[in-house]
Design a protein around this ligand. Structure first.
Ligand SMILES: [Zn+2]
Length: 114
């Protein structure tokens, strides 16, 4: 009997959680992902646990009745947390543009440039 009680408590607790709607996701991500900056829900990250490319839009966010947010990777069974979501590609930095415009164009054996 005691195990049943515990199990029901867990089900009850989950039942009270609310899925955070899309229009609140960005604000929650910006506040709770303290490791990286989110500029939009279309920002891409790579989850290092399941090696999947994810966007803010795809991230599963739940709010408990105590107002605690839980951020989950959209991959079923993946236990990653925001710390495990790395930038995909080149991070947005002003220096990237400067490098591009100032870098000399190197041609290898006269290969045609695009
Ligand atoms: Zn994952």
């Amino acid at each position: 009997m005691p195990p049943m009680v515990n199990r029901q408590d867990i089900v009850y607790a989950f039942g009270m959680n609310r899925h955070v709607p899309l229009d609140r996701k960005l604000a929650v991500l910006q506040e709770h992902d303290t490791h990286r900056k989110w500029y939009s829900l279309d920002d891409e990250r790579v989850c290092i646990l399941c090696e999947r490319r994810i966007t803010g839009r795809m991230i599963d966010i739940w709010e408990t009745r105590k107002g605690v947010f839980h951020l989950h990777c959209p991959t079923p069974g993946c236990d990653s947390v925001p710390r495990d979501w790395f930038y995909h590609g080149v991070p947005r930095q002003a220096s990237v543009k400067v490098l591009r415009s100032q870098a000399p164009i190197i041609e290898f054996g006269g290969a045609a440039a695009a």
